[in-house]
Design a protein around this ligand. Structure first.
Ligand code: PMV
Length: 316
């Protein structure tokens, strides 16, 4: 039996732009997903995923190509891609465990995909570099989700804080310390719906949206230097600029705006939504965590304590 864990993530700069060939900056957080996996003697694949109410979901290897329920789709896609690429097969017992709720938008689907593929490479003794693990994980996720930049997969694999360009064209580790407070709006957002909404806007008004994304690219590029220098004042300013652009894009919400302005009034360096928008979480950059947390809570947010820049995928 092999057990693998991988971290969830938070985007600090460049969400949405990163779907359109621009960079983003993403940090891995200390809420981990884990997958335990072992071969079986028969041809059955049995999946347990208690956090999404899946108990002994069973099918045979030949049924891997079938459509499977959403709750197990990332695991089945990972297994199918692995068997096809490496020309192996076996019955399997797979069970997943999450330290975080999928509703926070921390990237449970990508983390579970990465864990499953890493565990398979261990069980079948197939050596995979991080980039090979990224490529096969990205394909497995795209098979299910159709859209996405892959930034969350890279974060799960490499950990730390990374500068990432669409599809893994660039994956560059940065320094680690970014003191963030996370406020959850209590509203679950659907990333794919938001990506498609932005796509609609891109089709209607390409020039304006491309311009927004160019500005976001500039922000992510500038932020690299300030992350390295741990210049929180400069980073905070860039976060505020990035938030203005996300509002212009139409992905912020009243609830996110409230939490963001409450934290700014409490004196944080900068604040913005993190991820696709439409709900989920906001992040605030501050060394005075308690003060910011109180202000966010008072404005109706739920604080999720996180450590950033944690270790990527690992065998437990
Ligand atoms: O909602 P999240 O945290 O999964 O972030 C989505 C970020 C996007 O840029 C909108 C999508 C992507 O795949 O890069």
């Amino acid at each position: 039996m092999i057990k693998v864990s991988a971290p969830g993530k938070l985007v600090i700069f460049g969400e949405h732009a990163v779907v359109y060939n621009r960079p983003c900056i993403v940090t891995a957080v200390n809420h981990r997903m884990s997958v335990s996996l072992d071969k079986r003697k028969d041809d059955k694949i049995v999946i347990n995923a208690p956090e999404v109410d899946v108990k002994n979901y069973t099918f045979t290897i030949n049924e891997l190509k079938k459509d499977h329920p959403r709750q197990v789709a990332f695991v089945t896609s990972a297994i199918r891609n692995f068997f096809e690429k490496y020309k192996v097969k076996s019955g399997l017992d797979v069970s997943t465990k999450s330290e975080f709720s999928s509703k926070f938008g921390f990237g449970s689907s990508s983390a579970v995909t990465v864990c499953t593929l890493k565990a398979l490479s261990e069980v079948f003794k197939i050596k995979m570099s991080n980039k090979e693990l990224f490529d096969i994980s990205y394909k497995a996720v795209l098979d299910v989700q159709k859209v996405g930049s892959g930034f969350d997969i890279a974060s799960s694999i490499y950990g730390g804080t990374i500068y990432f360009v669409t599809g893994g064209k660039a994956i560059k580790p940065l320094s680690k310390n970014i003191p963030l407070v996370i406020g959850y709006t209590g509203i679950k957002a659907d990333t794919v719906t938001l990506i498609n909404m932005v796509k609609g806007k891109m089709n209607e008004n390409k020039e304006e949206i491309e311009e927004i994304f160019d500005k976001m690219k500039e922000i992510s590029d500038k932020a690299v230097e300030f992350v390295e220098k741990e210049d929180l004042i400069a980073l905070g300013k860039l976060m505020n600029e990035n938030q203005k652009l996300l509002s212009k894009l139409g992905v912020s919400t009243k609830e996110l705006d409230n939490l963001i302005s409450a934290s700014l009034k409490a004196g944080v360096y900068g604040a913005k939504l993190s991820g696709a928008g439409g709900g989920d979480c906001m992040i605030a950059l501050t060394n005075q965590k308690e003060k910011a947390e109180k202000a966010i809570q008072k404005a109706g947010g739920i604080i999720i304590p996180v450590e950033t820049g944690v270790e990527g995928v690992r065998i437990e």
